[in-house]
Design a binder for this molecule. Sequence first.
Ligand SMILES: C[S@@+](CC[C@H](N)C(=O)[O-])C[C@H]1O[C@@H](n2cnc3c(N)ncnc32)[C@H](O)[C@@H]1O
Length: 376
Amino acid sequence: MTFVATAAFGLEGLVAAELRRLGFEDARGENGGARFQGSVLDGFFACLRLRMADRVLLVLKEATCLTFEDLFQMVSSVPWEKYLSVDGKYNVAGKCARSQLMSVSDCQSICKKAIIERMKKYSSASFFPETGVPFPIQISIHDNMARVSLDFAGTALNRRGYRTWNGEAPLRETLAAALVELSPWRPGMPLHDPCCGTGTLLIEAAFREGHRAPGMNRSFACESFPFFPTRDGAAMRKTVQGEFEPDRISDISGSDIDPQAIELAQRHVRQAGLEGLISLEVLPLEELQLDQDEGVFLCNPPYGERLGDRRSSEKIYAHLHSLMKRHKGWSLCAISSDPAFEKAFGRRADKRRRLYNGRLECQFLTYLSDEKKNRM
Ligand SMILES: C[S@@+](CC[C@H](N)C(=O)[O-])C[C@H]1O[C@@H](n2cnc3c(N)ncnc32)[C@H](O)[C@@H]1O
């Protein structure tokens, strides 16, 4: 079976590398995600383990479609009777870009009509009550190439189950996991987020350090599909749960000037099953002083998008530079959409990478400690 693990723009290569580390040697990045081959159980495994992907789609058919008739024929040729149950809810989501067929709602209706026609022909049913298990189906058309797929995740993979309260401008969990990956931090090293907000970066780093699969405690749409191997799936979930080693998590901490943000972060930490493993405190970064000689500061400071906020954001960037100067052995990474970041920080970054925080174009800037720089 062919799967695509979808990913935000700029993260496709990271997701492909993550899949290869998980044992899918053929995984390759492509526009919008990474493609890999595997069984139904492998698709479930990817849902449980992938940190940076948005969804795992089972690709059922791909073909050039220039007309609605082409689309209808393509979708009808999928053996839906093998995948769907007669009473299932067929929820069709759609996306179109740079194609002849650009009406998403029309493509969704045609896709659904083709599925029902096929089901009528190949199952003995003539009535589809749509009262049963949901089947999230996706039709996407890019540059006239249509792909119809079954979404194994259902709810997007960034919903790990620990975040129920959103603070001010929280980072998406999948992007936070990518920033952890792109930073020079590696498990075993101290990590501190001096503007930690609701704690997303810290929780994602702790998951990685503790070998905690991000999807360990949530369910996925594929688990209700009639062709899902229920017993093997339950055994796999158990194995993944057994891999979590909270004792490995140490030296991950965060601070924020806002007491409410710290309260939210504490709730999230608790809900992620990490209580007592991440230290948090209310503290302006201007006053932060840590004991460890080496480590990584990783943060998502305010961007100063509104005019009135710009000055105060620029001050924060300068304070981040002072923080680094007070911690000689520490490197610092920050994601920012603010073009004034490097100037206000007062030093050119050693590395920069373009990423998107939602629709916002950002730079992920890395400032290496002198020691790390000398080793380069
Ligand atoms: C964009 S939010 C961070 C969101 C966080 N990554 C999350 O996922 O929730 C920026 C944070 O910087 C904090 N902040 C602003 N000025 C600060 C300062 N001087 N010292 C420490 N934190 C500050 C804000 O309170 C806010 O929580």
